[in-house]
Design a protein around this ligand. Structure first.
Ligand code: EPU
Length: 431
C-alpha cells in the first residue's frame, strides 16, 4: 500500500528553547559532486540528514563511488572507482543541484552525459550561464533528448562574465575550472556563503581558488586534486527559518551552530519588524520585544535578503500590523504558496513579482499543500501561528532541505506530528 505523509499541527503556541542548526544543504550538494575531482577518499563532516543530500550520494554511489557513513553527519566518499561519465538517467532529474555533475565530470574526465536538472518550480530556471561558461572553457555541448552531453580534450582557463550572479553557474564553472589549464576568471560571480564553502573545500583538496565571496573569482587550474577532510558550514536558511518561526510565534529561541554574519540580512529585517535579536559567537537569540509591525522586503543575491527566506518572512508579515510590500527580485514565480496562506486567513495580494501583505490579527488552521521546499516551511510556520489544526501536505518538498524538522520543533514546544496515511484515505481525511 502507498502511504502519504503529512504534518498535523495544533498552533498558537510560543516556541521556547534552543535548537541546533545542521550543515548547509546548498553547500553540501556542491561539495559532494566536487569529490569527483579528487584522487583518494574525502571525508565530509556536518552533512545535513536530508533527502537532497541522500540523493546526491546515491547518484555518486550508482556511478561507482564508495560511500560510507562514519556517523549520522559524516560520510567518506571515494570516487576512485567511478569509471563512467554518464549520470544515472532517473535520479538527477529530481534535483537542481544535479547539474553540478556537468562541471565535476568535465573537470574529472572531459566528458559527461547528465539529464536536465529538476528542482523546485519557480518558473523557468535555465542553465544557459552554466553552458556559456563550459563553452568558453572549450567544451562542446549538445542537448540530446533531455540530456546535456558535453566533451572537451582539455579545458583551458579563460575569462567568463555571468549575465546574472547565478549561484549554480558560479559553482559549476568553479568545478570545471579547478583542474583546467591556466587561469579562469569568473566576473559577476555569486557571493553566497556556499560559494565560499565550495572554494574552501576545493582549496583543501589542493586547488587554487581566490576571491570567493567577492564578485570576481580567480581559479588557477592544477593538474590534480587529492582527498581531504572538510566540515560543511551551517545552513543559513534553516537558521533563518527557525528565527522567523520564533518571531512569528512570539517565542524565545536560541539558534545554535550558526554563523551570525550570514544571518545579518534576516536579523536586520526581524529587528525592523519589532523582534528582539541578540547575536553571540555562534548563536543568535530571537525573542518577543514589541508587537510585529509592517516591514518591506526585497529579495536579492547575497548579501541581499535571500529569496529562500521570502515565503517564511511573508508568513510572519501576514500577522504584522500594517501593510508590508514583498518584492521578489530573483525568480519570476515565487508566490505560488500565497493562495494556501490566504486559505488560512492571510490577506495577501500578488501582482507579478510583488505581494501586498495586509497584516491580520491571527491565522486559522486549514489543510494546505506545499508547492516547494521553502513554501512548505512557510506553511509550517503558518500552522504554528494559527488557531486550531493545520495539515500540511506534500511534505516531501520540506524534507528535501530540513533535517528532523518535526523533532526540532517539538523540542521547542510545538504541537506538530508527522502522520502516514494510506493513499486514498487522504481525500476523506482532508475534506
Ligand atoms: N538563471 C538564468 N540562467 C542561468 C542560471 C540562472 O537565467 O544559467 C536565473 C534563474 O532562472 C533565476 C536566477 O538566475 O531567476 C538565479 O538563479 P541561480 O542560478 O542563482 O539559482 P540556482 O543555482 O538555480 C540556488 C539554490 C536555490 C536558491 C538560488 C538563489 C542550490 C542547489 N539552489 O539555485 O535554493 O533559491 O540559488 O539563491 O544551491 C532552496 O534551497 O530552496 C533553493 C531553491
Amino acid at each position: 500500500m502507498i502511504f502519504l505523509e503529512k504534518y498535523v499541527i495544533h498552533g498558537n503556541k510560543k516556541l521556547i528553547g534552543s535548537v541546533e542548526i545542521a550543515g548547509a544543504k546548498n553547500a553540501a550538494v556542491a561539495v559532494i559532486p566536487a569529490t569527483l575531482l579528487a584522487d583518494g577518499p574525502c571525508i565530509i563532516e556536518n552533512l545535513p540528514n536530508i533527502s537532497d543530500v541522500k540523493l546526491m550520494l546515491e547518484i555518486l554511489y550508482t556511478m561507482g563511488a564508495t560511500v560510507r557513513y562514519i556517523d549520522s553527519s559524516t560520510v567518506e566518499i571515494n570516487c576512485d572507482g567511478v569509471r563512467t561519465f554518464e549520470a544515472p538517467p532517473d535520479l538527477p532529474a529530481k534535483m537542481r543541484a544535479s547539474c553540478y555533475l556537468i562541471g565535476a565530470l568535465l573537470g574529472r574526465c572531459g566528458k559527461c552525459a547528465v539529464p536536465m536538472p529538476g528542482g523546485c518550480d519557480f518558473g523557468v530556471r535555465p542553465i544557459d550561464q552554466h553552458l556559456k561558461g563550459f563553452t568558453l572553457l572549450g567544451a562542446e555541448i549538445q542537448a540530446d533528448g533531455g540530456c546535456i552531453v558535453a566533451s572537451v580534450d582539455k579545458l583551458i582557463g579563460t575569462s567568463i562574465y555571468l549575465d546574472m550572479a547565478s549561484v549554480g553557474a558560479t559553482i559549476n564553472i568553479m568545478l570545471a575550472a579547478a583542474k583546467a589549464e591556466g587561469q579562469t576568471i569568473i566576473e559577476n560571480a555569486a557571493k553566497e556563503p556556499h560559494i565560499v564553502d565550495l572554494a574552501n573545500f576545493l582549496n583543501t583538496m589542493g586547488a587554487d581558488v581566490k576571491g570567493a565571496g567577492t564578485d570576481v573569482i580567480k581559479i588557477n587550474g592544477v593538474p590534480k586534486l587529492f582527498g581531504a577532510t572538510y566540515t560543511i558550514i551551517p545552513d543559513q536558511i534553516e537558521a533563518g527559518t527557525y528565527m522567523v518561526a520564533a518571531a512569528a510565534t512570539l517565542g524565545d529561541v536560541t539558534i545554535k551552530n550558526v554563523i551570525p554574519k550570514h544571518l545579518e540580512c534576516i536579523t536586520a529585517k526581524l529587528i525592523e519588524a519589532g523582534v528582539g535579536v541578540e547575536e553571540y559567537d555562534d548563536a543568535v537569540r530571537v525573542f518577543y520585544k514589541n508587537p510585529l509591525t509592517k516591514t518591506n522586503i526585497k529579495t536579492y543575491y547575497y548579501p541581499g535578503f535571500p529569496t529562500d527566506m521570502q515565503p517564511q518572512f511573508t508568513t510572519l508579515l501576514s500577522i504584522a500590523k500594517g501593510t508590508s510590500i514583498v518584492t521578489e527580485g530573483v525568480y519570476d514565480h515565487r508566490f505560488r504558496y500565497v493562495g494556501e496562506l490566504n486559505k488560512m486567513g492571510a490577506e495577501i495580494q500578488v501582482d507579478g513579482k510583488v505581494a501586498v501583505v495586509e497584516g491580520v490579527s491571527s491565522l486559522m488552521g486549514a489543510p494546505v499543500s506545499s508547492c516547494d521546499l521553502r513554501a512548505g516551511a512557510a506553511l509550517v510556520i503558518a500552522g504554528l501561528i494559527a488557531e486550531g489544526r493545520t495539515e500540511v501536505l506534500d511534505i516531501h518538498y520540506i524534507e528535501r532541505g530540513y533535517e528532523n524538522l518535526v523533532e526540532k520543533l517539538r523540542s521547542l514546544g510545538a504541537d506538530i506530528k508527522k502522520v502516514s496515511i494510506p493513499d486514498g484515505s487522504v481525500i476523506k481525511d482532508v475534506i
